[in-house]
Design a protein around this ligand. Structure first.
Ligand SMILES: NC(=O)c1ccc[n+]([C@@H]2O[C@H](COP(=O)([O-])OP(=O)(O)OC[C@H]3O[C@@H](n4cnc5c(N)ncnc54)[C@H](OP(=O)(O)O)[C@@H]3O)[C@@H](O)[C@H]2O)c1
Length: 243
């Protein structure tokens, strides 16, 4: 199937990681759909992608983080694009450094888990059935790491949230070992930013997007975790297929 016949749903596609991916996918000829709660973010995304590819981008306002919202968004998406062949999920937030646990509230922990884990679970439950039974389809999670690099003063809840998403992805690999759809995870142990916000060791979000677009395009691995510790890993781990 040519890229132009494939429709990638980018969950979190209006975010930092997602926008780099959306641009890269469009540049490779994929059709792409993005659902966001915020129409302003969708307008910014349209202005960010290569102008010649804009016609292949479908945007919808919706909330994939609630069960009702995800179901509604799914129906609207299917009415608009017909068939989804691939899903990439990069839901969550870029950074959290709210302080050590004794200074935090349960509300704050709930927000972290809701943003990183609940949205990932709820949207997976709604959208995975669209691709699950087809070996030509893919579902890819983009997650952060949990532990060493993240554990610095004040980032405890970020580690708790990231660990919960990692555990969820592991559970899916174990619970669905033989699912025909290619189910993969890209785990990023460093920062990701747009060129204006880069810091040493960070990944440019479009470079990351290009690597993930390659993975989606190739469809030759499943139940695999690609761990990215630094920009050079994009080439060695994903583009050259060294695990
Ligand atoms: N940025 C980094 O430095 C970095 C590094 C390593 C790993 N990661 C991982 O990459 C993922 C995305 O990070 P990012 O930097 O792209 O974050 P971001 O810019 O905040 O974007 C996250 C996206 O997730 C969506 N989202 C968040 N909570 C939601 C909810 N409750 N319901 C529905 N949608 C929700 C947002 O959708 P709306 O458009 O609707 O607001 C947003 O577009 C995270 O899992 C993060 O752990 C990021």
């Amino acid at each position: 199937m040519a890229n132009g016949d494939r429709l990638v749903l980018a969950l979190g596609g209006a975010g930092t990681v997602g926008s780099g991916l959306v641009k890269a996918l469009l540049d490779r000829g994929f059709k792409v759909a993005v659902i966001s709660r915020d129409s302003n973010k969708l307008e910014k995304l349209k202005a960010f992608v290569s102008p010649a590819t804009k016609g292949n981008l479908t945007t919808l306002v919706g909330n994939v983080g609630s069960e009702e919202g995800a179901e509604e968004a799914k129906q609207a998406l299917l009415r608009s694009v017909g068939k989804v062949t691939d899903v990439v999920s990069s839901l969550g937030f870029s950074w959290w450094q709210g302080g050590p646990p004794h200074t935090q509230s349960l509300k704050e922990l709930h927000w972290v888990i809701e943003t990183l884990l609940f949205s990932t679970f709820v949207s997976w439950k709604a959208f995975f059935p669209l691709v699950r039974d087809d070996p030509n389809c893919t579902y890819t999670f983009i997650t952060g790491g949990a532990g060493e690099k993240l554990l610095m003063p004040g980032t405890g809840f970020l580690t708790v949230g990231a660990a919960s998403t990692l555990a969820f992805c592991q559970v899916l690999r174990e619970e669905y070992p033989e699912v025909p759809c290619k189910l993969n995870q890209v785990k990023i142990n460093t920062g990701v930013a747009s060129p204006e916000r880069m810091a040493p060791g960070y990944l440019n979000h479009v470079d990351l997007g290009e690597a993930v677009a390659t993975l989606v395009e190739r469809r030759n691995t499943s139940h695999t975790v690609f761990t990215i510790n630094s920009p050079s890993d994009l080439k060695t781990v994903i583009l050259e297929g060294n695990l």
